[in-house]
Design a protein. Structure first.
Length: 100
């Protein structure tokens, strides 16, 4: 174990690697804190938190508005320029009238 620690201590780590490790350490610490807080909330009665989530989901469904046609056309413009138009395969087998 001391040999491994001595080898790790003698290695030079690049600046990018060092920054990435520091970022991962910070992210893991934050994740551990959040998980600890969630555990404390669920350890007791979780129904208030779950009802709050249900209310938020209902609010999002009620307040949803579709994207405008202009914005949708602008977002799909590159796709429409590069791909061929969509063709319904087997459309000729569908009946012309919609009666049963």
């Amino acid at each position: 174990l001391t040999v491994i620690l001595a080898l790790l201590g003698s290695l030079r780590v690049g600046r990018v690697t060092s920054r990435r490790w520091r970022g991962l350490i910070l992210a893991n610490g934050l994740l551990a804190y959040v998980q600890n807080r969630l555990y404390e909330l669920f350890r007791g009665d979780a129904s208030p938190l779950l009802s709050l989530e249900d209310k938020a989901a209902d609010r999002e469904l009620v307040n949803w508005q579709p994207v405008s046609q202009e914005a949708l056309a602008a977002m799909t413009f590159p796709q429409r320029c590069t791909l061929p138009p969509v063709v319904l395969l087997g459309g000729e087998t569908l009946p012309r009238n919609r009666s049963r």
